[in-house]
Design a protein around this ligand. Structure first.
Ligand SMILES: [Zn+2]
Length: 193
């Protein structure tokens, strides 16, 4: 059995068998299989499996504006690693361990089928917390001031600049689309790269 400690899971993720483990908080059992019931970090301790929410998620409330990185995309949702509160300059890049989810339908006004149509892994976005339900933090970027504040080329990973309403890679010239914040790259964003 693969060790699951430290793995970020979403509701419905299989994390172990009831034959081998005891299911604890944040999980549910179906047909002898243990699944994550909430969004969080799966942990195994003495054969007991649980899913724990990241500490700071509970401190943020609905309406709070946060800055985070698109850490993973599991259509139709993006997992966002929250880096800071609304003030980008106070961010502690590299130290953060807080996650939230962004559903494709909450990216912008109008229909978005896939997260990948608007964001790519590694993009830094500003988002608003719109719901905290069953211990899950949900985000939206559907207003002018919200969206990508720094995006990276899907081909070569260089930062992208805004040119004629489209984003253009500073490295290879690749053009791409994003749901951007109106102050795209005007905010003073420090990054890990
Ligand atoms: Zn490029």
């Amino acid at each position: 059995m693969e060790r699951k400690e430290g793995k970020v899971v979403v509701p419905g993720d299989f994390i172990g068998t009831a034959e081998e483990y005891v299911a604890d908080h944040g999980t549910y059992v179906e047909n002898e299989k243990i699944y994550a019931a909430i969004f969080g970090e799966a942990k195994e301790e003495r054969k007991v499996l649980s899913v724990n929410q990241r500490r700071a998620l509970r401190l943020l409330g609905v309406g709070a504006v946060v800055v985070g990185t698109i850490e993973n995309i599991v259509e139709p949702i993006a997992l966002v690693n929250i880096e800071s509160g609304s003030d980008v300059r106070e961010s502690r890049f590299g130290e953060s361990t807080d996650y939230a989810v962004l559903h494709a339908s909450m990216i912008k006004k109008g229909y978005v089928k896939n997260v990948r149509d608007e964001y790519k892994i590694g993009d830094i976005i500003r988002a608003k917390i719109v719901d905290v339900r069953n211990g899950e933090l949900r985000l939206a970027t559907d207003s002018d001031e919200l969206g990508a504040i720094k995006a990276f080329c899907a081909k070569c990973r260089h930062p992208m600049k805004l040119e004629g309403g489209l984003l253009k890679c500073e490295g290879c010239g690749w053009k791409d689309n994003r749901k951007i914040a109106k102050d795209y790259r005007k905010a003073d964003v420090k990054t890990r790269w």
